[in-house]
Design a protein. Sequence first.
Length: 120
Amino acid sequence: MFKKILYFVAAGYFVLSLIGGAVLSCRLGQARQLAEYYRVELSAATNREQQLADTVDKCWESTERTNQILSQSADTIQDIRRQLREIKENYENMEVLLLDCYDNMRSGNDSTNSINKEIK
């Protein structure tokens, strides 16, 4: 009789251990998937931050160049036209930089949304 109880308890313990192991394994898989998601998000955010910093730096350089051009004296109308052309080029370059940055941010958000949908 005591052996039967002992076998029953051991079998119950074994079954509970299997169920507990399966639950923990499932939770571990979910935690790993969530950790990978956060790694991807962190990497994307770091890339976006670096791109924004680069864009701001380039725009700053462009405005510095514009300030240099404006601080130069112009003696002739041709000099003024040259300065205006250079200023226009600087602002067009800044516009391209900002639009590229904006487009990259928009496409980055789209990929983040698709990752969100995959995890859920």
